[in-house]
Design a protein around this ligand. Structure first.
Ligand code: ASP
Length: 582
């Protein structure tokens, strides 16, 4: 090795030792006769000292070193005069007797500090510099720890890690596929997996009754802050289990990860049904770190002559405690906020319960004091509280109020990133109706099993059928989701028919799976966790980018590789492809 120690490990126990360190110049400080240099590597920072009195040439050479030069320095560990309690190496320094420059560096385009001055695009372009920064290094270290602990836990539970192919077959259901042209099969394409779903089910048929894989998945979707075109899942499947077994095993995994990686001991996770989650929180991934649950006042609020209420399918609100002092301006802002197209409410109604006990509202024209008092009682409001109410079509209204609840949670500082409140959301509907396309879609995916007792409704009232599907939600973020699968060919066929597949299409797309079901498919089910999101949650952040070594930007570009990019005519020819730009 070129070095005897790293820059993070020396302390007073090493005083007097001759050591060799390698690393990057974080900064130099020149005090005339003395020069101090902070040398950095992945493990930490160690202070090097040069003194004019000991060696003029060496000291002068050290002064010339600028940021991010790579050097190798030899010297003696000594006790430091002014101790730096913030650094593990803060009690010692190295009196250097020789050093060499291993490589020079240009001045980096942004500072390599915890708080950098570099914008996001610039940092992505120079990702190798960004990755030198502590926050990113810590994120990747924690990601590694999570992956290792996951493997350990699942291995203890007799899961086998099995790789599935990346070049698979395009399927129309779900998101858009990334496709790869096949040179050897002109005109034909592979697809990159959106998940190894069907392959892990085939592994169950093959008898590998506990499978997992920490695996890359690819989805060609429009990007958002928490989405990447390629992302990583902890993908799992088990045979001979029911939903309860799966919830137990994977609740165990999450509890273990929090305990080992964050030192947090979690209680067992509450479970709520999809219907209840929508009703209480207006979301199928509720943030239960705070209350502010919904109060429905539909029947109480109708019939007072206020058209918006009288015509609404649902009237529902939240009680923002201690917010009665909100000014007219703040309320107008909130109203604008809920009316934005992303939220989509038509308006916001408020009732203020003033400290003096009086009630004031934006619907005073229609509601007398005693009516308002009645409504306030529904909200269990106290003097000082502010009730915020939305009315309209059921689903849209619940969702809009759900967003408002989160916004109020943010404003009131109720969403502490250091508090973790996981829960299971269960009993999802099997199907989702698409107004535009006038057809059903599988809410989870087409392989999810209906609850056996709801199977008779499949053809008569499909929207009432519940699925044996579940999501793991932490702090308002969907971290994982899965289901018990269909393992009978006949039922799978019925399901695909319901989703609008003809017999031929079903056979063409999923024939391999249904064929497999004819050779002894065991009952099975599984789950997949979004590993990048899990890492972000563990890091107390809601952006996954800082937890991925080489992420893509909002337009799906890798700024460092400058990809996607054109390919040569020869490559195109070999693939029998012609580019036909609009
Ligand atoms: N394959 C599913 C997904 O990617 C997860 C599962 O059902 O196991 O969402």
């Amino acid at each position: 090795m070129l070095r005897t120690h790293t820059c993070g490990e020396l302390n007073t126990n090493h005083i007097g030792e001759e050591v060799i360190l390698c690393g990057w110049v974080q900064r130099t400080r020149d005090f005339g006769g003395m020069t101090f240099l902070d040398l950095r590597d992945r493990y930490g920072i160690t202070q090097l000292v040069f003194n004019m009195e000991w060696d003029v040439h060496l000291c002068e050479a050290a002064r010339k070193l600028s940021r991010e030069y790579v050097i190798r320095a030899k010297g003696k560990v000594t006790k430091r005069e002014s101790i730096n309690p913030k650094l593990p190496t803060g009690e010692i320094e190295i009196i250097v007797d020789e050093f060499e420059i291993l490589n020079e560096s240009k001045i980096p385009p942004f500072t390599i500090e915890d708080q950098t001055d570099g914008g996001e695009e610039l940092r992505m372009k120079y990702r190798y510099l960004d990755l030198r920064r502590n926050p990113l290094r810590k994120n990747l270290e924690q990601r590694h720890a999570l992956a290792m602990e996951t493997r350990k836990y699942l291995c203890e539970q007799h899961f086998l890690e099995i790789e599935t192919p990346y070049l698979i077959k395009s399927t129309p259901e779900g998101a858009r596929d990334f496709v790869v042209p096949s040179r050897m099969n002109p005109g034909q394409f592979y697809a990159l997996p959106q998940s190894p779903q069907t392959l892990k089910q085939i592994l169950m048929v093959a008898g590998y009754d506990r499978y997992f894989q920490i695996v890359r998945c690819f989805r060609d979707e429009d990007l958002r802050a928490d989405r990447q075109p390629e992302f990583t899942q902890i993908d799992c499947e088990m045979a001979f289990v029911d939903q309860e077994d799966i919830l137990q095993v994977f609740e165990g995994l999450i509890i273990r990860l929090f305990s080992k990686v964050k030192g947090i001991e979690l209680d067992s996770f509450p479970r709520i049904s999809y219907d209840e989650a929508m009703k209480r929180f207006g979301s199928d991934k509720p943030d239960i770190r705070f209350g502010m649950e919904f109060t429905e006042i539909t029947s109480r609020a109708k019939g007072k002559g206020f058209k918006v209420f009288d015509e609404a399918e649902i009237i529902v609100g939240i009680n923002a405690k201690k917010c009665a002092q909100y000014s007219r301006k703040e309320l107008d802002q909130l109203t604008e906020w809920v009316k934005r197209p992303q939220i989509g409410a038509s308006g916001l109604i408020y009732i203020k319960f003033s400290e003096d006990g009086s009630l004031r509202s934006s619907i005073d024209k229609f509601f007398r004091q005693d009516h308002l008092r009645e409504l306030s009682a529904e909200f269990s409001a106290k003097p000082g509280d502010l009730m915020l109410i939305i009315a309209g079509a059921k689903e849209k209204t619940l969702k809009a109020l759900g967003e408002l609840r989160l916004e109020m949670g943010n404003r009131l500082g109720l969403r502490n990133p250091n508090v973790y409140r996981p829960l299971w959301v269960i009993d999802f509907p099997l199907l989702e109706w698409d107004e535009e396309l006038q057809r059903f879609f599988a809410m989870h995916h087409p392989f999810t099993s209906p609850k056996p007792e709801d199977i008779p409704l499949l053809e008569t009232n499909p929207s009432l059928v519940r699925a044996n599907a579940y999501d793991l939600v932490i702090n308002g973020v969907e971290i994982g989701g899965g289901s018990i699968r269909i393992h009978l060919k006949e039922l799978q066929n019925r399901m695909l028919r319901l989703l609008g597949f003809t017999q031929e299409e079903a056979q063409k797309q999923f024939g391999f799976l249904m064929d497999a079901f004819e050779y002894g498919a065991p009952p099975h089910g599984g789950i997949a966790f979004g590993f990048d999101r899990l890492c972000a949650i563990f890091g107390g952040s809601d952006s996954i980018r800082d937890f991925i070594a080489f992420p893509k930007n909002n337009s799906g570009r890798d700024m460092m590789l400058d990809s996607p990019s054109e390919i040569s005519q020869q490559q195109l020819n070999e693939l029998y492809l012609r580019i036909n730009l609009p």
